[in-house]
Design a protein around this ligand. Structure first.
Ligand code: SAM
Length: 347
């Protein structure tokens, strides 16, 4: 089997799996305008349905739907996902898998899937969630083998949270965060900062995180989906974020570990925070991430809008060639933007 590596020495060690391409929030960076409101309303109804399904033990209601990266809602079944993940692990010796979406907690076979991934032997199983359904699922996920989670929280003030996500429920997310920590999961908070939208929340979120000894990571907004051509307008850069934090705290850099997404700093009283500076300090040079979308397509880079479908009948050699092709999608220097929303490709 050929070694899967590009001319910069990069390979795939982390797999991000988008379990489904719909969500129970309508965040402004994922979904455009009126569409966001409609999607959030629909999503609230779906969440209600999913909550019922989660409690119906042993019933997996997932079905393999149309294989499109853009259009309809898609979700692969647990056995199909496990087959793909096991084959990819066999070829790549993955170190980490991150489950995402869409909103991964809406995926009804989630706990079974985590247990299955654990038995495949991938050392680190992580997940990114908006936290709406976390309170109930934290302990089952931990028991099934999950090690850590990132909770997306773009505001502490309810009105700002609503402006960002088209839903209310900050308290509910905080209860989820507390339940996750109590269950023994390692928790980080992710906040996308958008100029004029939620930059007022940088310090309140930091205070919240420090009061619980949590790490918050601020993300520069990326030119994706409907923001492909307008993200600049909302960019609140790493430099801007640091200058807001410097108005209250003195801090020193901790740096960034290889293949990580965030730069970290430590305050004088020992708390730390991070910034994922996709735009102002890109980290493509040692990126080791491979993405699998909810239709069974792989992508080597968020900048790519060219899904590579994996066929279940294909040989190891054919998959290896596709992985090499995905690796070629990686940018050498910086993220160049994509009209594919993270809702589809997985964040
Ligand atoms: N629903 C889950 C959640 O809210 O965390 C997982 C999927 S969401 C797409 C994953 C991450 O992508 C979130 O932290 C979200 O904030 C981030 N994201 C989505 N679009 C983005 C953009 N245009 N720029 C920066 N971050 C973005």
């Amino acid at each position: 089997m050929p070694v899967i590596q590009d001319r910069y020495g990069r390979t795939f060690r982390t797999l991000r799996v988008s379990l489904l391409n719909h969500c129970n929030l309508g965040c402004v960076y994922c979904v455009a305008g009126d569409d966001a409101v409609g999607k959030a309303n629909n999503a609230a109804a779906k969440e209600h349905a999913a909550a019922k399904e989660h409690t119906a033990s042993g019933i997996d209601l997932n079905t393999l739907k149309t294989k499109t990266a853009h259009g309809k809602h898609t979700a692969l079944s647990v056995p199909d996902l496990l087959t793909i993940i096991e084959r990819l692990h066999g070829q790549l010796r993955l170190g980490t898998i991150r489950l995402t979406g869409g909103e991964p907690l809406l995926y009804t076979g989630l706990v079974e899937l985590i247990a299955g991934i654990r038995s495949i032997g991938i050392p680190d199983i992580k997940l990114t969630t908006n936290g709406f359904l976390l309170e109930r699922l934290a302990t089952p996920m931990k028991d099934a083998g999950m090690s850590s989670i990132n909770v997306s929280l773009d505001a502490i003030e309810e009105e700002v949270f609503f402006r960002m996500s088209q839903r209310r429920g900050v308290e509910r997310i905080i209860r989820g965060i507390d339940a996750a920590r109590q269950a023994g999961l390692s928790v980080k908070i992710n906040t996308v900062v958008m100029r004029g939208m939620n930059d007022s929340q940088i310090l309140p979120l930091l205070d919240f995180a420090f009061s619980r000894d949590l790490r918050v990571r601020y993300l520069e907004v990326m030119a994706m989906g409907h923001l492909y051509e307008t993200a600049d307008r909302y960019l609140f850069s790493q430099k801007d974020i640091l200058s807001v934090i410097a108005s209250r705290y003195h801090f020193t850099p901790l740096g960034r570990t290889r293949s990580a997404t965030a730069n970290y700093w430590q305050t004088d009283d020992g708390h730390s925070f991070g910034i994922i500076a996709n735009e102002s300090q890109p980290f493509c040079g040692d990126c080791d991430r491979l993405r699998l979308d909810s239709g069974g397509n792989i992508y080597g880079c968020l900048s790519s809008n060219h899904p590579i479908p994996l066929g279940s009948e294909e040989t190891e050699m054919e998959w290896s060639e596709k992985l090499q092709k995905a690796l070629l999608q990686k940018q050498a220097l910086r993220f160049t933007g994509s009209d594919l929303s993270m809702l589809h490709i997985g964040g």
